[in-house]
Design a protein around this ligand. Sequence first.
Ligand code: SF4
Ligand code: SF4
Length: 378
Amino acid sequence: MVIMDYKVSIVKCDDYSHSRDCIIEALSMIGGLQSLISPGDRVLLKPNILAACKPEDAVTTHPSIVAAMCELVIEAGGVPFIGDGSGMTHPGATADALRASGMEDVAKEHGAQLINFQTGGYVAVEVPDAIHFPTLFISKAVLDADVVISLPKMKTHELTYYTGAVKNMFGALPLRTRKEMHLLADRKLFGEAVIDLYSVVTPHLAVMDGVVGMEGDGPAHGTPLKTDVIMASFDCVSLDLVASGIMGIDPSIVPTTIAALERGFGNPEPGIAGIDPAQLKRKYRPSSGGILFNLPPFVTRFFGRYFEVRPEIDPSRCVLCGACISNCSVNAIEKVNDHLEINREKCIMCYCCRELCPENAVGIDRSLLAKLVTMSGK
Ligand code: SF4
Ligand code: SF4
């Protein structure tokens, strides 16, 4: 059920040990979970699990937030699933991130299924009225859910200044599409592309972890900043408007918010329940922009084409068991004579084949630029 309500609730939460009580209070101010979840609904909890970082690094949504949401979903009669796809390019990145961030433990403790978007499969979805991406490959787990709940972390971002409930759905895309969006190399165009995705995967609810946010070089390399807030809304755009304001970031410059409002999502003046946001207002130090976004767009696009991390099948190891072929969402693995090759045009770089190969026959071919950037060559 989609609830059209632009109210944003704001609750002070000065410690993660109070997460559950604060979330209950925030949800009660906007109508509660019962209005959203029907008995037996598959409820996908989508935290921000960008990288393999510990909860105290403030890169990822805190496990206490996800644990509380698992409990509340079960109490409302739903079946919780926890899932995300890491933004890192090395294979196995999502599994590492789910473990390091505490999601694996939360899932075990609450009997929730943990879904690695990168190995869970992707489905091609048409995007009506798309601006940049008329077709998107989207995580099957997201599409299969009856209810999607975005659980963003309050952070700065090198490209969109602020990353929150709308941008959190970026994790539903395979890495190839994420790279293509970044290579638009323009904040406005990137915001529009994210809204292409949001227009077909609009979460039903957002609950933001702003107990400890991240300032400076977010979304991955900034500094934790205690902000003492948990927020909730049935509308991600409205939540982002209020949250970015609390961080001292003018909501009218956030590309994802601008693009969403222009496409008819959200409300430029959402109602507030709970604490006055002015009482919590901070001045988050902005992200310095990162190497890609301090360059002119044409330079970024030019070099971006040469940053490649691609799977490659080693015929000397491959025993032609077929596991990779049957699990490749886009049928990119083809038999050529007596061996397998990956069709580079079709491959969406999910690395599922590498994760599932029992013979460790799928290696990684890094371009020279990718080797230089990662400085490891692994
Ligand atoms: S899963 Fe591995 S061994 Fe099996 S066909 Fe694919 S590359 Fe070969
Ligand atoms: S070839 Fe491998 S990395 Fe490429 S889309 Fe298929 S499973 Fe994913």
